[in-house]
Design a protein around this ligand. Structure first.
Ligand code: I3S
Length: 128
């Protein structure tokens, strides 16, 4: 019988709504633009989707569930920060390619869970 946990179907570890802004692309600083984003952690990747609730009904078609972007967590670094935003509960994610994101939630427990889960995926990949 088909194995739903084989390597071709990576396990979904976590999904939810976070505030997100990209602050650097390939090491080059970008202008901040905070937006709500559906964040999905699956396998070695963090995948971002536009928040369906922020879209108009006419723009919400099945085809629009394509990811906005995706981040390879191998070699990435997560770090809590108080300096890069006036918002509370912000951590920075930096990829090996020099892309940097800030992720934030008003809910302390929720952002802590995300930080811990992403951190443990990065640690697991570091040990491979
Ligand atoms: O690091 P900054 O420049 O204080 O970030 C703020 C700006 O991105 C601001 O947009 P404008 O430059 O168009 O005003 C945003 O509205 C703010 O949310 C940013 O600051 P916070 O502290 O929220 O990350």
């Amino acid at each position: 019988s088909p194995d739903s946990n084989d390597s071709s179907t990576p396990e979904l570890e976590k999904a939810g709504l976070l505030n997100k802004t990209k602050i650097a692309e390939g090491g080059r600083k970008l202008r901040k633009n905070w937006n709500p984003s559906w964040v999905v952690l699956v396998g070695n990747s963090l995948v971002f989707f536009k928040d369906p609730k922020s879209q108009t009904p006419s723009s919400w078609k099945p085809g629009n569930s394509r990811p906005e972007s995706s981040v390879d967590l191998r070699g990435a670094v997560v770090q809590w920060t108080n300096d890069l935003s006036s918002k509370k509960n912000v951590f920075k994610l930096r990829t090996v390619t020099g892309n940097e994101f800030l992720l934030q939630s008003e809910t302390d427990s929720l952002i802590r869970e995300w930080f811990n889960t992403i951190h443990s995926v990065i640690d697991r990949l570091d040990r491979e």
